[in-house]
Design a protein around this ligand. Structure first.
Ligand SMILES: [Zn+2]
Length: 250
C-alpha cells in the first residue's frame, strides 16, 4: 500500500453507505483521484470541514495497486472557500469548473494544471456577482489551454497561416479553432467569431476575464465553450453542471 501526501481540492462529494463519503479530488501529485473517507458521516471530528466542496488542503491518501478508489486517512485544510457557496452564480461557475476538471484531467501528476484550478476557484471566490459568468468563462478556457487543446485564434487551425488580427473569422470546433478564408470554404460547419469575441477568447485562454461581458456576448461565449468541450469529450456523457451554469438554473 502506497501513501501519498499531496495538495488536493475537493471537487465532488457524495454519501457512501451509512457512515462514509466518497470524494473526487484534484491533486498536485496524483491528478484526479476518487477517495473513500471512512466514517466521515459518523464523526464530524474526523475530517471537520475538510470535506466541504472546493476546500483545499493536504490530503493523505492510501492507494492500493489495481484499485480505483484510494482511502483518505487525513485532510488538513489550508483554504476553505465559503464565498463560493454564498452566491449561486459563483457556486454554479465553480461547479462547472470542477466538472470540466474531473472529466478532462487524468490520474497523473500535473503541477501546472493544479495551479490553474487553484487560480480559477480563487478568482471565482473573489468575483462580484455580476463578474461570475465572465470569470467562469476565463477559467474554463484557461484550463483548456493548460490541458493542451486550446483552439487556434490567430492562426488557421487547418493550414496554420496567420490570420488578420482584427477580422471576423470562421470558427470550427472540429478543425480546432479559427480558419482562414480558404480553409473556411472547405469546412463542413462553423460559427462566425466577430473581432470582439476573438479578443475575449484570446484573453480567456490566458485566464484574463477582463470586464464582464454583456448578456448577448456571454450567451454566445457560453455556447462556444459548450460546443468546444463536447467536441473534445469522447465518452458522450453530458456536462450537467456546465448546462446548469449556462442556463442559469438557480
Ligand atoms: Zn487555412
Amino acid at each position: 500500500m502506497a501513501i501519498l501526501a499531496t495538495d488536493a481540492i475537493v471537487l465532488h462529494s457524495f454519501n457512501y453507505l451509512e457512515s462514509s463519503r466518497i470524494l473526487r479530488l484534484v491533486t498536485r501529485d496524483g491528478g484526479v483521484r476518487s477517495v473513500l473517507a471512512k466514517g466521515a458521516r459518523r464523526s464530524a471530528r474526523r475530517f471537520g470541514s475538510a470535506l466541504d466542496l472546493f476546500a483545499q488542503g493536504i490530503a493523505q491518501l492510501y492507494a492500493k495497486p489495481g484499485r480505483d478508489l484510494d482511502t483518505l486517512s487525513g485532510f488538513d485544510v489550508v483554504r476553505a472557500r465559503p464565498m463560493l457557496a454564498e452566491d449561486m452564480g459563483r457556486f454554479a461557475g465553480a461547479s462547472a469548473i470542477a466538472e470540466i476538471t474531473l472529466r478532462f484531467v487524468r490520474d497523473a501528476a500535473d503541477n501546472g494544471l493544479f495551479d490553474v484550478v487553484v487560480e480559477a476557484l480563487d478568482a471565482l471566490a473573489a468575483a462580484a456577482s455580476d463578474e461570475a459568468l465572465t470569470a467562469t468563462l476565463a477559467s474554463a478556457w484557461r484550463i483548456v489551454a493548460e490541458l493542451g487543446f486550446a483552439p487556434a485564434v490567430d492562426i488557421c487551425g487547418e493550414c496554420q497561416d496567420a490570420l488578420p488580427t482584427d477580422a471576423a473569422v470562421l470558427f470550427s470546433h472540429r478543425a480546432g479553432g479559427a480558419l482562414c478564408q480558404r480553409c473556411g470554404r472547405l469546412a463542413p460547419a462553423g460559427r462566425v467569431l466577430p473581432p470582439e469575441a476573438r479578443d475575449a477568447l484570446r484573453r480567456f485562454l490566458v485566464g484574463d476575464a477582463g470586464a464582464p461581458l454583456d448578456d448577448g456576448a456571454t450567451r454566445a461565449h457560453q455556447r462556444l465553450l459548450r460546443e468546444f468541450l463536447a467536441e473534445h469529450l469522447t465518452d458522450g456523457r453530458p456536462l450537467r453542471a456546465l448546462e446548469m451554469w449556462e442556463e442559469q438554473r438557480w
